[in-house]
Design a protein around this ligand. Structure first.
Ligand code: NAD
Ligand code: LMR
Length: 329
């Protein structure tokens, strides 16, 4: 039996938590022979609901689950953790943009970054889901003194999955036939789902879908506004699809990326593609068999794409400016 992987999840009694924990415990995230331990973090008002969730986890008798611990203490929650999944925060309501949440949610990530630095395992990887996730990840990373920047991520995989589904539906193929789909920039209404490099059954999208107006217009805006469309329809923000994207992100960051393909996640820029160093920006990422990752180099960026990337990177700069009081110098 392998040693257990410890996973900390904040906001564990929330909507995404409820759709995520059972997938982790069942083996969907780390595989069918990898035991896991869960450390679940909630604020005090959420602790009673969390107790109920823990009872349900126990009642599943998952073979791979080696322990569940619930707490409202951050250092306790991140003790020895290998993966911290930062979900806990307030979701937006109909009519809001995600960065309207910065004032409410941004400050949550200072204490979480500090607690991760103090208590987590040295190899801890942190994935921020709580919105606006790119800038919240920047805050967590900046407050986690001593934890390497390359161990912080923000989630744009839900956008990648959405984009693949839209392209597949338009082309009349299955979403698994769509590869090389990169989301650039911010998980927001400025994000750029890059159809120019995406492939369908190995062919460039533009060779399969001739409707350029749709690709440059409706396709992009549907992906950019999908979160808002779900909130309007459900009265609540996406949860099961978000939890599924968390699983996909961790799987993709833990296993070798298929040759020639890439996956989308926001990482701290080191200047690739002219993106300002330090900003947490989504870009094309490749993972090796040992779990190390790198930015895929040489992905063509045409004039149309560059304009879209510039807009989303500008928004990330503005968000960083708005939270500069939360980022230690
Ligand atoms: P929710 O309100 O159902 O649950 C959030 C939970 O977090 C609650 O149980 C709450 O008590 C807890 N919480 C709040 N502050 C906390 C803190 N400081 N520490 C620990 N727990 C805390 O919300 P949800 O639907 O699960 O969404 C959670 C977040 O994920 C939101 O910010 C939402 O916008 C975001 N989200 C991101 C993506 C993405 O693709 N990046 C997708 C969907 C949702
Ligand atoms: C999403 O993309 O569904 C989430 O970020 C929730 C939201 O506010 O749109």
């Amino acid at each position: 039996m392998k040693d257990a992987i410890t996973v900390s999840v904040t906001g564990a009694a929330g909507q995404i938590g409820y759709a995520l924990l059972f997938r982790i415990a069942s083996g969907a995230m780390f595989g069918p022979d990898q035991p896991v331990k869960l450390r679940l973090i909630e604020i005090e008002p959420g602790m009673a609901a969390l107790e109920g969730v823990i009872m349900e986890l126990e009642d599943c008798a998952f073979p791979l689950l080696q322990g569940v611990h619930g707490t409202s203490d951050l250092e306790d929650g991140f003790t020895g953790t290998n993966w911290s999944l930062l979900v806990g925060s307030v979701p937006r309501k109909d009519g809001m943009e995600r960065n309207d949440l910065l004032g409410i949610n941004g400050k949550i990530f200072t204490g979480q970054g500090q607690a991760i630095a103090k208590a987590a395992a040295s190899n801890v990887r942190t994935l921020v889901v709580g919105n606006p996730c790119n800038t919240n990840a920047l805050i967590a990373m900046s407050n986690a003194a001593g934890v390497p920047a390359e161990q912080f991520f923000a989630m744009t995989r839900l956008d990648e999955n959405r984009a693949k589904s839209q392209l597949a539906a338009k082309a009349g193929v299955h979403s698994s036939d769509v590869t090389n789909l990169c989301i650039w920039g911010n998980h927001s209404a400025t994000q750029y789902p890059d159809f120019t490099n995406a492939r369908i059954k190995g062919q460039l999208v533009s060779e399969v879908i001739s409707d350029q107006a749709w690709l440059q217009g409706e396709f992009i805006s549907t992906v950019q506004k999908r979160g808002a469309a779900i909130i309007k329809a459900r009265g609540l923000s996406s949860a099961a699809s978000a939890a599924n994207a968390v699983v996909d992100t961790v799987v993709s960051l833990s296993n070798e990326t298929p040759a020639g393909d890439w996956h989308s996640v926001a990482v701290a820029s080191s200047g690739a593609y002219g993106i300002e160093p330090g900003l947490m920006a989504s870009m094309p990422i490749r993972t090796e068999a040992d779990g190390s990752w790198s930015v895929v180099e040489g992905v063509p960026v045409d004039e149309f794409s560059q304009g879209k990337i510039d807009a989303t990177i500008n928004e990330l700069r503005e968000e960083r400016e708005a939270v500069k009081h939360l980022i230690p110098a």
